[in-house]
Structures are given as C-alpha cells and as structure tokens.
Design a protein around this ligand. Structure first.
Ligand code: NBP
Length: 477
C-alpha cells in the first residue's frame, strides 16, 4: 500500500496528527524511532483509517506516494536535525518535509535553505492547539514554498480546525520560516493573554474580595460578551474547581510558580532584535520568571505595602465591570504589539505575511481562539496596510470608551499594592503612542552630552551636536 502522507515521531502530537489524517480519509504511513510506539498506534487506533506501519526509515520513505509528504513531529532542536539527516538522503527532488514541531524560525530558515539545494521542499509548520487540537483539528501555520502548499494545502485544510463560519484555520503564512515565526508570536500573545486574565483574577480577588467561585461566575459572564474566548472559558473552569483532598479552591492549593517552555521568551528576544516594543508579552514572560524566584520572594516578604481597604459590597460589582474594560483594552494592546512583531518580521525577511489571514486562522483550534480575532481580521480587511491595530477606528473607539475604567483599575491596583505588570505596560504603551511629545527628546540630549551621539531638530533637517564641554554652541554633525 502507498500512503498519501507520513508522520514520523509518534509521541502525543504526532500520534494524534496521524490519526487526524487517517480519520479524514488519508492513508498515513507512521514511523517512530522506537518502533513499539508505531505498533501501539496501529494496534490501538488501526480501525480509524488506513495506517501503514514502517519500522525503518527506508520502509517509511518507500511507503509514501510521490511527491512524498513527510511530517516530522519530534522534539524541537537537535532531534529535528537528526531526523532530517536520516531522511533527506532517502528523498528525491520535489518531495516535502513538513516540520510540525515548535522549531525556532531561524532553524527553519537554515533547514529550508539546506534542503532547497537538494530540491526538497522544507515546510516549517506551526501547529497549535496541543494534543486535542492535533487530533480534532489544530490551527496550522505553514511556511515554505508556494509549490509545496499547492498539494499540501488541501490536506492541511481538511484536518485543520474550522472557524465558526466554516473557514479552515490554515493559511500559507509565507516562505521559509514564516509559519514558525507566526506560531512563535501566537505563543507570545498567548502568554500575554494568560497574564492579563491572571491579573484580572488577582484584582477581583484582592481588591474586590471575591472568592474563586464568584470570580469563575464573573468570567462566565464575560465569556458571553466581547471577551468570548477559549482562555476565559477554561479560566472559569479552573477557578470553579475544588481540590478533592482538601476541599479548598484548586487555585489555592497549586504552587504559585508559573513555568515556561520558551516560545514566549523567543517572541521577546526576537522583538528586541527587530526593535519592536512588545512590552505586554515581555511582562508576561517576566511575570512567570518572577513567580519562580522563590528565594527573592521569601527575602522580600516583609517589605512594606499600603494599608488595604477592601471594597464594600456596593462597589464590588462596579469594580468588576471596570476590570472587564481594563482587560479588554489591555488585550487590544497585546494583539497590537504581537501583530506589529509579525509585520516587522515579515518586512525583515520578505515574507509578505497577510496579517488579516493570520487573525483568521487563529479563530479556531488554538489556545488564543476568540471572537475578538474576527474583529482583527475585519480591521485588516478594511485596511490591509493598517500601521497598527490601534489605528483601526473601531478599536480606537472601544479603547476611548474603556480608558477611564482602565485607568481607575490601575489606580486601585497601585493603591492596594496589587501588581498589574500587563495592564500597566499596556496602558503605558497606549499613552506613549498617543503622546504629542515623548521625553525621548531629553534622552537624545543626554546621549549627545555624554557621547556626542548627535540629535535631529524639530525645525530643521540634518544632525547636530552641541559643544557641551565648550561654549555650548551647536554644530552640524
Ligand atoms: P516530544 O517533544 O516529547 O518528542 C518526542 C518524540 O521525539 C518521540 O517520538 C521521540 O521518539 C522523538 N525523538 C526524540 Br525526543 N529524539 C529523537 C531522535 N534523535 N531521533 C528521532 N526521534 C526522536 O513530543 P510531543 O510532545 O508530541 O511534541 C512533538 C513536537 O510538537 C515538539 O516539537 C513540540 O514542541 C511540538 N508541539 C507540542 C505541543 C504539545 O502540546 N505537546 C503543541 C504544539 C507543538 P522516541 O519515541 O523514540 O523517544
């Protein structure tokens, strides 16, 4: 039997992706370094479709119809290179290697270039949605050549999540590393979304004095409105869960140290390189690392804080409404920053990424799926060269309506000593962008003073330097 597609790497993700292809009527060759996993897959799920089990790399490649489509779903990094080294010599020009792991886009660019010289299409593909997405329909972000997408695209569309309007959550993001770059920023935005939701919870708990179960109900109400999203939905589930062993709210028995696998950090590292201010995503990454510094937290526990006055019952509900406004406005800013990074990456690497399509494929199958993404797509549909999501009229109007509450929430947070790095960074970004003048003028003056770094004037062309150590006259630079 010949298979239309092959999957190598049959841990949770690869196994579910292989099953997804099979359930959609494709014949799937399956392979894993440890052959027991291949046999287990076929034994357990063989009746879901047509699987061709291959024990060796040669068998696996021979089982694929040409041009071959070979999906790699192994641990990102060295294992991916090892697998490519194993399979590439067995392939022929026109064949495709699809890397569905969480590769760094720079690795994808390198691999794509090397394999292109051999005539092989290397398709770095972001796959979001975890285990469940892989099985039931993920959001898929392929990069690689346009030619590869011509035959691969329809298959990916079939197995992908579908948005509420039925559109498949997959698009050809752009050449070489574009797909993995988009996936990276997706994860960065995910970090920011989670941090903002956590801050909203923290404020409702500490400032308003709501219980976790009450906050779960508030989130359920929010989930009926413009914040409708997977993350708000699962937050309500987590908050209403009660620990069986102690009878306490689950959230109170979990250690408050958030971990990370690294894609959020990459988003920030690359943003620094590209000069893109993704302050909200950065704060989300830092908030996780801060939470893990138990020794610092231990040593700081006695530090002074404000005297706290909890809100009365009458004020609580009104405060919750304000937190909703603050969360929504901050969310607009997070996405503004994330899309700016995609735009900057696209320009830097000539990817020509369509930002509206990116918003559209995140509407289903991934962690940040949300009604909100329809709005982002609409903003780019209305104006493809939108310089910033904040420049979209309807987002600007919503922030205008939310800003008083947003500010009030941050005043309360500051007065009561509740840390809100995400909300605060978002508001600072918003206020900085809309400012008529920034103190950057003073920064330039300082730079010119100590390092003769020069400055430009508001009233004349050219670069200038002031003779700070001399008579302080100005000279052209
Ligand atoms: P893992 O990331 O845990 O990788 C395990 C797989 O890699 C196994 O099949 C293992 O084979 C194989 N492998 C390793 Br490790 N080293 C190898 C080598 N040198 N040669 C050949 N195979 C090797 O699996 P996963 O959690 O299913 O994730 C797969 C990819 O998908 C990763 O890149 C991950 O970042 C990405 N991803 C994961 C999620 C998620 O929710 N888990 C979501 C989205 C993307 P073995 O069985 O022989 O040890």
């Amino acid at each position: 039997t010949s298979a239309q597609i092959g999957v190598t790497g049959l841990a949770v993700m690869g196994r579910n992706l292989a099953r997804n292809f099979a359930r959609n009527g494709y014949s799937v060759a399956v392979h894993n370094r440890t052959a027991a996993k291949t046999r287990a897959l076929v034994e357990e799920f063989g009746d879901e479709g047509t699987f061709v089990a291959a024990e060796s790399a040669e068998e696996f490649v021979a089982a694929l119809e040409r041009p071959r489509r070979l999906v790699i779903m192994v641990k990102a990094g060295d294992p991916t290179d090892a697998v490519i080294r194993e399979f590439a010599p067995l392939l022929e020009p026109g064949d495709m290697i699809i890397d569905g792991g969480n590769a760094h886009f720079a690795d994808t660019r390198r691999r794509e270039k090397e394999l292109r010289e051999q005539g092989i299409h290397f398709v770095g593909t972001g796959v979001s949605g975890g285990e469940e997405g892989a099985l039931l329909g993920p959001s898929i972000m392929p990069g690689g050549s346009v030619e590869s997408y011509a035959t691969l695209g329809p298959m990916l569309e079939k197995i992908s999540a579908k948005a509420a309007d039925g559109t498949p959550c997959v698009t050809h993001c752009g050449p070489d590393g574009a797909g993995h770059f988009v996936k990276m920023v997706h994860n960065g935005i995910e970090y920011a979304d989670m941090q903002l939701i956590a801050e909203a919870y923290h404020l409702l708990r500490e400032v308003a004095g709501y219980s976790p179960a009450e906050i779960a109900d508030i989130f359920r109400t929010w989930n009926q409105g413009r914040l409708d999203s997977y993350l708000i939905e699962i937050t309500a589930e987590v908050l209403s869960h009660v620990d069986a062993a102690t009878g306490k709210p689950f959230v109170d028995v979990v250690q408050d140290q958030a971990e990370q696998k690294g894609t959020g950090r990459w988003t920030v590292q690359i943003a620094l390189d590209l000069g893109v201010p993704v302050s909200g995503i950065a704060e989300a990454v830092f908030a996780r690392s801060l939470s893990g510094h138990t020794e610092l937290r231990e040593a700081s526990r006695g530090l002074a804080g404000p005297s706290v006055t909890p809100l009365g019952d009458a004020e609580k509900a009104a405060f919750a409404d304000k937190v909703e406004q603050a969360l929504y406005a901050s969310k607009i800013v997070s996405y503004t920053q994330g899309f700016h990074e995609i735009q900057a990456g696209s320009e830097e690497y000539d990817w020509n990424i369509d930002l509206g399509s990116v918003a559209a494929i995140w509407r289903g199958g991934c962690i940040i799926r949300a009604a909100f993404l329809d709005r982002i797509r609409a903003a780019y549909d209305a104006r493809a060269d939108l310089p910033s999501l904040l420049a979209d009229k309807s987002f600007a109007e919503e922030i205008a309506a939310a800003q008083d509450d947003w500010r009030a929430v941050l005043v309360a947070a500051t007065q009561q000593g509740v840390p809100t790095p995400g909300f605060s960074a978002a508001l600072a970004y918003y206020d900085a962008l809309r400012a008529e003048r920034l103190p950057a003028a003073l920064t330039q003056g300082q730079r010119d003073f100590f390092g003769a770094h020069t400055y430009r004037r508001t009233d004349r062309e050219g670069s200038f330097h002031t003779l700070w150590g001399g008579d302080r006259s100005e000279v052209p630079a």
